[in-house]
Design a protein around this ligand. Structure first.
Ligand code: HEC
Length: 270
């Protein structure tokens, strides 16, 4: 669907509008026919011929009576500019009616938009549309956030927003065991190249999500949303190689980029 019709709802609204317009046209014909029938009956009763409604006659009436060329003298205005003269023709009735209709429309428009403020102006409409879009984006993101798992987690170490929100989570929940700078404590050093449970983004996500309960690492899936686990996993990878003071000795196996715990081990570890 194009830019005009954006959703199924709008398509239905559009179809309803078309059906309404068609119904209105059909009703108009029915009413005109009834008018003709009723007037014929009344006419017959009273012995008069009452003019039937016809579009042709109606249009002749609306388009006005042009003064025939022979009688133009009667409507010729008196001024004369180098031989150019003006006829005082009447405006066609349909035109005059449209003109009054535009005046009526402008009054209604002014009232709706500027006096009673019933309908939103362009700026407000823009704001309303933006607010709706924002809600849709939030809904989409929260849906997406909950679908992140150890297979779909993304490496976003270069995304400062992800890393900084990951850092906030780390400071709040992980410092007690892994140290202020990830140097390690009760838990292992998270800044070196050695990992007990693998050092890929997928491995780290998995360790944080399910924990290692028997060794004292909490399973965070009950208290953290998947996108929060993703953020803190990326924060951990962002502090790799920072060599903090009082670093805990390496534990586990050296992890080389491009491998994970389920892949073949690097040659140096064989
Ligand atoms: C109560 C202490 C404690 C807390 C709090 C804690 N951890 Fe751990 N963490 C550990 C321990 C202990 C291990 C080592 C588990 C093992 O020996 O298998 C560990 C292991 C890890 C590992 C795997 C390291 C490796 O070498 O494979 C990661 C990653 C990790 N934690 C991240 C976190 C994050 C992120 C948080 C905060 C959300 C956190 N931990 C909070 C105790 C903790």
């Amino acid at each position: 669907m194009g830019t005009f019709i954006k959703s199924g709802d709008e398509l239905i609204q559009f179809l309803i509008l078309i059906i309404l317009i068609l119904t209105a046209i059909v009703l108009l014909f029915i009413v005109l026919n009834m008018y003709n029938v009723i007037y014929r009956i009344i006419g017959e009763k009273e012995g008069k011929t009452i003019e039937r409604f016809s579009f042709k006659k109606w249009w002749e009436r609306e388009s006005g009576t042009d003064v025939p060329v022979e009688k133009e003298e009667t409507i010729l205005l008196h001024h004369n500019y180098d031989g150019i003269q003006e006829l005082d023709n009447h405006l066609p009735p349909w035109w005059v009616k449209m003109f009054y209709a535009t005046i009526a429309f402008s009054v209604i428009y002014l009232g709706l938009y500027h006096v009673w403020n019933i309908t939103p102006l362009q700026d407000e409409e823009y704001q309303i549309a933006m607010d709706e879009a924002k809600k849709e984006v939030e809904l989409y993101q929260s849906k997406m956030a909950n679908t992140i798992d150890e297979k779909t987690v993304k490496l976003l170490v270069d995304d400062s927003k992800t890393v900084s929100s990951g850092k906030d989570i780390y400071i709040a929940k992980c410092v007690a065991c892994h140290g202020q700078a990830g140097e390690g404590g009760v838990g292992p050093n998270l800044t070196d190249e050695y990992w007990l449970h693998g050092g890929s983004i997928n491995d780290i996500f998995k360790t944080i999500k399910y924990g290692v309960p028997e060794k004292g690492m909490i399973a965070w899936q009950a208290t953290m949303k998947p996108n929060e686990i993703q953020s803190v996993s990326n924060y951990i990878l962002s502090i790799k190689g920072t060599n903090p003071a009082n670093a805990k000795a390496p534990q586990g196996e050296k992890f080389t980029e491009g491998t994970d715990s389920t892949a073949a081990k690097p040659v140096e570890n064989l």
